[in-house]
Ligand binder design. Structure first.
Ligand code: TXE
Length: 467
């Protein structure tokens, strides 16, 4: 099959990079070139800013209701193209088609439907005083930069685009250079839905080049970034001195805590799925499983067996597979035992079978650094206090899950975890109204529901004295 030639979506047209340079997009399933994409830089950012500047004012002049209708039209267009989007996402990421279709693409459509409805439900924000009324309004920021990673490419990009558009902004998106395909097709769907192309500009290329230039451009007044902590640090260092609004969704090293009253058979699938969905390449994945010492003998063999039977695809790239394999070697050096997995298999592509590591200290590098692949470390604990210390014992604080027969006990434990979010007896169960984000080195800020509307707007108060 011929490969796809991705081009930058700028205003109503598509362009190669000003540099004329291109990058190969390698498919994880078999290591072949599935597409080529522009290697953009600051010159392309300048073009996108002009297109965004031209489109934003008339979009901002529409009412919230009219913009919400635009989001619904886009959702309709995406729904009609859902299978095609799933095919492209599976091709670019290697994930099974049904995961791409029902985890990724369903959520992309839901992102637009949710924010359209949520926008319509917004009541006027009035604060009465005895002699005056405060009118809080939410003005658009103008042009916002959206930078997204390769693990849930369109799912995470649309999570940002929907509220940014609802609040009257124009966006310049920079998807990961490893997964350009669905962002490219999405840019076409935006135009097919009748929205002005200048509202959703999509630039492709390397992060340190076009991504950095996007963060640096003075007309881009807010940046919503999702990616690794190390990159988030660079983005923050660039944006902070320019006083740009910044939302950082970064890495995680999330704990999955099995309490001593859990029914192993009842929780097993949830614990395995949270560790290995998307080949463990979701920042919310539970990569550390904490089990009472008294239950370990009963738990571990059933856990390993269930992991061996959990279907996963390849990891995103040869380089990432080598990184994950490096951590498995380090695990052994740190005194751990690889109970299963870490096998490449005999096929082509960047496959790596799901791995379980036991016997590691909870403070070892493998148990505290983000691996972001199909690797879970298992740790025994004696008391709830010890479990909490282990769970909170990394520099990350994104998410976690607690598995128990007593939901109220689970909720109390979850409250004490130093994370931005936690699940009890479930995982990745998402109400889009709630805040999403991390603490410590997992990020700054929250998105979701009102938090997204707040981030993608400037709240302004008008105090009017009574006549
Ligand atoms: O991240 P990278 P990746 C995290 C996950 C993992 C990482 C994987 O934990 O650590 O993301 O994604 C662009 N200036 N999350 O490897 O390298 C780059 O081109 C501007 C957490 O892609 O950080 C890509 O588009 N941009 C998350 C994007 O940044 C730059 C959920 C991310 O790249 C840049 C998903 C620069 N200097 C993954 N350098 C969560 N918390 O929700 C790179 N980029």
């Amino acid at each position: 099959m011929g490969h796809i030639d991705v081009r930058n979506a700028i205003g109503s047209s598509y362009h190669d990079a000003v540099s004329g340079l291109r990058i190969d997009d390698i498919g994880p399933l078999d290591g072949t070139v599935v597409a080529t994409l522009p290697r953009s830089d600051a010159a392309d950012v300048a073009r996108a800013v002009e297109a965004a500047r031209a489109a934003q004012p008339s979009w901002a002049a529409l009412s919230l209701f009219e913009r919400a209708n635009g989001l619904d039209r886009l959702a309709d267009t995406m729904e009609a193209a859902a299978d095609e989007l799933a095919h492209l996402e599976a091709l670019d990421t290697g994930k099974p088609w049904d995961v791409a279709r029902h985890v990724d693409i369903d959520r992309c459509i839901r992102n637009f439907r949710f924010f359209a409805a949520f926008g319509r439900d917004q009541a006027p924000e009035l604060f009465r005083m005895d002699d005056a009324t405060n009118h809080v309004i939410r003005k658009p920021i103008g042009i916002v930069g959206l930078i997204s990673p390769w693990n849930l490419p369109l799912y995470l990009l649309t999570w940002k685009v929907a509220p940014a558009l609802l609040m009257g902004n124009a966006v310049i998106a920079k998807p990961s250079e490893l997964t350009p395909l669905t962002a490219h097709r999405f840019s076409e769907l935006v135009r097919e839905a009748g929205l002005d192309g200048g509202l959703v500009n999509v630039l492709h290329g390397f992060g340190p080049e076009v991504g950095q230039a996007l963060v640096e451009h003075p007309a881009v007044e807010a940046i919503s970034f999702t990616g690794g902590t190390a990159t988030g640090r660079i983005v923050a260092a660039t944006a902070a001195p320019m006083f740009k609004k910044l939302s950082l969704e970064l890495g995680g090293k999330n704990a999955t805590v099995v309490l001593d009253d859990a029914d192993i058979d009842a929780v097993l699938h949830g614990v395995v799925r949270s560790g290995f969905l998307n080949s463990g390449q979701i920042c919310l994945c539970g990569s550390r499983v904490l089990v009472p010492s008294t239950m370990m003998a009963a738990f571990l063999p059933r856990f390993v067996d269930a992991v061996q039977r959990f279907p996963i695809g390849p990891v995103i790239s040869e380089a990432h597979r080598s990184k994950v394999e490096g951590y498995l070697q380090l695990a052994v050096e740190e005194g751990g035992t690889v109970l299963t997995g870490g096998e490449r298999g005999d096929g082509t592509g960047f496959h790596l079978s799901p791995a379980v590591v036991a016997g590691l200290s909870p403070t070892s590098r493998c148990a505290t650094e983000e691996i972001f692949g199909p690797v879970v470390t298992v740790h025994p604990y004696s008391t709830e206090e010890e479990a909490l210390d282990i769970a909170n014992g990394t520099e990350y604080g994104l998410a976690g899950s607690v598995w128990t027969s007593d939901a109220e006990r689970g909720r109390r434990f979850a409250e004490r975890m130093d994370t931005g979010m936690a699940w009890v007896n479930t995982w990745l169960h998402r109400d889009l109204r709630v805040p999403f984000g991390g603490v410590k080195q997992s990020g700054v800020g929250r998105e979701g529901g009102m938090w997204s509307l707040g981030f993608f707007s400037e709240a302004v108060n008008i105090c009017v004295a009574d006549d």
